[in-house]
Design a binder for this molecule. Structure first.
Ligand SMILES: NC(=O)c1ccc[n+]([C@@H]2O[C@H](COP(=O)([O-])OP(=O)(O)OC[C@H]3O[C@@H](n4cnc5c(N)ncnc54)[C@H](O)[C@@H]3O)[C@@H](O)[C@H]2O)c1
Length: 269
């Protein structure tokens, strides 16, 4: 029964940003566990290619910045499958050009701030709102992907990190408002995860700095996050709602300065 409990047979899952990185890993894993997956992405060609490789999967165009696009995506999925059990809100405003503009707020353009909130917070809210009637019918659940950057202060990405913190609170609100209707809502916070895009953008120095703060022996892979998402989305997590599952190799769990402590005490810590 234990291993059966993490199967997703019969479930229909929408994964936003499902064409690449963590979303694609989640789409593959959920399909392998028996779910029918709708890959909703702005990169529609990549979404179609992935959908063609999975049983009973579809690709649906989505621009999370556009309310009509989100509603059309959700309607298309419900129309195609006749139900919706899982919404994985995974897409976000990302990329090296965005990250470069997103430092501390004194030096941040208002347009970058607004766009980050439009995609990450407003887009996630509209997707949840559009999904809720279907979720009520299926007693389904939502998994929102946030980031461990939402949990601590940092020198970088004030817009991104605060938008992800807003999604954590949105997760709790949805869980509180809709739990009695049988709907669960949780969040997963990855740390630095080695997606193809990040491998390309990661400077060796930055990678070293993150590795030094990781309590495991390696950085996270997209499949590690997919496992956490699939668990929360499954019936194995049926009594878990309104929670944040931090899947960052322990990065955000420890006191500051652990890298220096390691250097001081040597290999015995
Ligand atoms: N990779 C990491 O290190 C890391 C760390 C913490 C949190 N996260 C979070 O994990 C999630 C996935 O990140 P990733 O690294 O896999 O990203 P990625 O860039 O590899 O993939 C993101 C996907 O989202 C799609 N997308 C982008 N904008 C969109 C829009 N407006 N509408 C619809 N689709 C859109 C892209 O086409 C792409 O397929 C994000 O929410 C991100 O904030 C990632």
């Amino acid at each position: 029964m234990a291993s059966d409990a993490i199967r997703l047979d019969g479930k229909v899952a929408v994964i936003t940003g499902g064409a690449g990185g963590i979303g694609a890993a989640t789409a593959r894993l959920m399909a392998a566990r028996g779910a029918r997956v709708a890959i909703a992405d702005i990169a529609i060609d990549a979404a179609r290619t992935l959908a063609e490789s999975l049983p009973d999967a579809i690709a649906v165009p989505l621009d999370l910045e556009n309310e009509a696009s989100i509603q059309a995506m959700m309607a298309a999925v419900a129309d195609h499958y006749g139900r919706l059990d899982i919404l994985h809100n995974n897409a976000a405003l990302l990329g090296p050009d965005i990250a470069q503009q997103d430092g501390d707020i004194e030096h941040m353009g208002t347009a970058l701030w607004d766009r980050t909130y439009a995609v990450n917070v407003r887009g996630t809210m509209i997707a949840c709102r559009a999904a809720l009637p279907h979720m009520r019918a299926s007693k389904g659940n939502i998994v929102n992907t946030v980031s461990n950057l939402a949990l601590q202060g940092h020198l970088i990405q004030a817009a991104y990190s605060s938008s992800k913190a807003a999604i954590i609170q949105m997760t709790r609100s949805i869980a509180a408002s809709h739990g009695a209707q049988g709907v669960r809502c949780n969040a997963v916070a990855p740390g630095m995860t080695l997606t193809p895009a990040l491998r390309e953008a990661f400077s060796p120095l930055l990678r070293q700095a993150v590795e030094a703060e990781t309590l495991r022996d390696r950085l996270g892979e997209p499949e590690d996050i997919a496992e956490a998402v699939a668990f929360l989305a499954s019936d194995a997590a049926r009594n878990i709602t309104g929670q944040l599952l931090v899947a960052d190799g322990g990065c955000a769990s420890h006191v500051p300065g652990i890298a220096q402590f390691r250097a001081f005490f040597g290999e015995h810590v």
